[in-house]
Design a protein around this ligand. Structure first.
Ligand code: RFL
Ligand code: PHB
Length: 389
């Protein structure tokens, strides 16, 4: 089998890259470890930057997003019942879209079906070969049969636990990592959202976030110790704890109901450099992870895809290698900005196990400054709504 670009991973990064390359007349094959049903059952991101929305439009997959997504032009930050709003429109003239990653992935799979491009699901034993030579190829098993996929380039879009990053030799790759001493317990429930816009809450009992998917689907998160399991949290215990952490007025008005999904995710910051090795490109979570506090993970995957599809288009249309040569540098410059912002937001809003009264007062002082300073709000809004590509 032969293709121009082999894409490892059929998550949002791999699918979006495949769709943009299809539009540019470049052939791709996607190899995905799991079934389509499994990929579509994952509940993850909810906030799209304007740049991500524009890229989905460019890929021709934004019709439903434009119809069903919600435009949010601000966000609430809360501390000790003191809640204030940062207005994105007023400060930076931008907004974000609330539209679930599950829906984005759905739309991308529909587009992939329409394009006729090949996707192999439930592949195993994926190995990337000769990525630093002229003629790379991928070997894998599908339906019990061994296959070989020859290609010009390989896009490693296989997430944090994928094989692509591990293919890059240790003396080439540098990894930067920070593990946070807590996780997020996330709950999805068929109840109206507690607020018209997202609320990020710093409470003495730990962080909480009130988010949403649509008018009758809410998404909530609370900070929990890493030792907790989903079984430790009954629905009642979750709602009680969430109520204690959100501002009183929101808690009193909030409707609760049975959860239709509950999971715990650890928080980490991670960056692998460089993002290109020979003919292999890393893209999305395969190269970097951010704590979800800044809502940046999916958006960074989108900006990587933007740089990568531009680079490959330039190569296939004009035989110009500039984009390929500069991909890693351009992508990483933006990645580090989002990593820094996510880290700042995480530090600002969570309770750390070794937190002293001094640390706490610093958090309160920073939140008070954000509340009172237009300049600080502008900087926050500039980062939250997304830096330019
Ligand atoms: P994915 O989504 O992990 O997809 C990678 C795909 O590769 C497959 N794979 C392999 N395929 C073939 N061979 C192998 N050896 C393979 N190994 C793995 C996997 O099965 C999978 O299908 O990475 P991608 O495409 O880079 O997308 C990244 C995003 O999924 C991620 O950054 C976001 O979900 C992060 N995130 C958020 N991002 C935002 O921008 N805004 C948010 O509001 C937001 N909230 C979140 C989040 C992530 C969360 N969790 C659970 C980690 C909230 C949560 C709770
Ligand atoms: C979500 O709705 O899942 C969500 C929203 C904002 C975040 C993280 C997750 O920062």
């Amino acid at each position: 089998m032969r293709t121009q670009v082999a894409i490892i991973g059929g998550g949002p990064a791999g699918l979006l890259l495949g769709q943009l390359l299809h539009k540019a007349g470049v052939e791709t094959v996607i190899l995905e470890k799991h079934s389509r049903k499994h990929v579509l059952a994952r509940i993850r991101a909810g906030v799209l930057e304007q740049g991500s929305v524009d890229l989905l439009r460019e890929a021709g997959v934004a019709a439903r997003l434009d119809r069903e997504g919600f435009t949010h032009s601000g966000v609430y930050l809360a501390c000790k019942n003191n809640s204030f709003r940062i207005d994105f429109k007023e400060t930076v003239g931008k907004s974000v879209a609330v539209y679930g990653q599950t829906e984005v992935t759905h739309d991308l799979y529909d587009a992939r079906d329409g394009s006729g491009a090949q996707t192999f699901h439930e592949v195993s034993d994926v190995e990337l070969r000769d990525v630093d030579r002229e003629a790379p190829y991928v070997t894998f098993t599908h339906d019990g049969q061994g296959h070989r996929l020859d290609c010009d380039y390989i896009a490693g879009c296989d997430g944090f636990h994928g094989v692509s990053r591990k293919t890059i030799p240790g003396n080439i790759l540098t990894e930067y990592e920070k593990i946070y001493p807590f996780g997020w317990l996330g709950v999805l429930s068929e109840t109206p959202p507690a607020s018209d816009e997202l609320i990020y809450a710093n409470s003495e009992r730990g962080f909480a976030l009130a988010s949403m998917r649509n008018t009758n689907l809410s998404r909530y998160y609370i900070q929990v110790p890493l030792t907790d399991t989903v079984e430790d949290w009954s629905d009642t215990a979750f709602w009680d704890e969430l109520r204690r952490r959100l501002p009183v007025a929101t808690s009193e008005a909030m409707q609760t109901g049975p959860s239709i999904g509950k999971s715990i995710a650890p928080l980490r910051s991670f960056i692998a450099e460089p993002m290109r090795y020979g003919r292999l490109f890393l893209c999305g979570d395969a190269a970097h992870i951010v704590p979800p506090t800044g809502a940046k993970g999916l958006n960074l995957a989108a900006s990587d895809v933007h740089y990568l599809h531009q680079a490959l288009r330039l190569f296939y249309q004009d035989h110009d290698m500039t984009g390929i040569a500069t991909y890693s540098h351009r992508a990483l410059r933006r990645v580090w900005h989002s990593v820094r912002f996510s880290w700042t937001m995480t530090n600002l809003l969570h309770r750390f196990p070794d937190q002293t009264m001094f640390d706490q007062r610093i958090q309160e002082s920073e939140l008070a400054f954000l509340k009172s300073s237009k300049a600080a709000q502008t900087a926050f809004a500039e980062n939250y709504t997304g830096l330019p590509f």
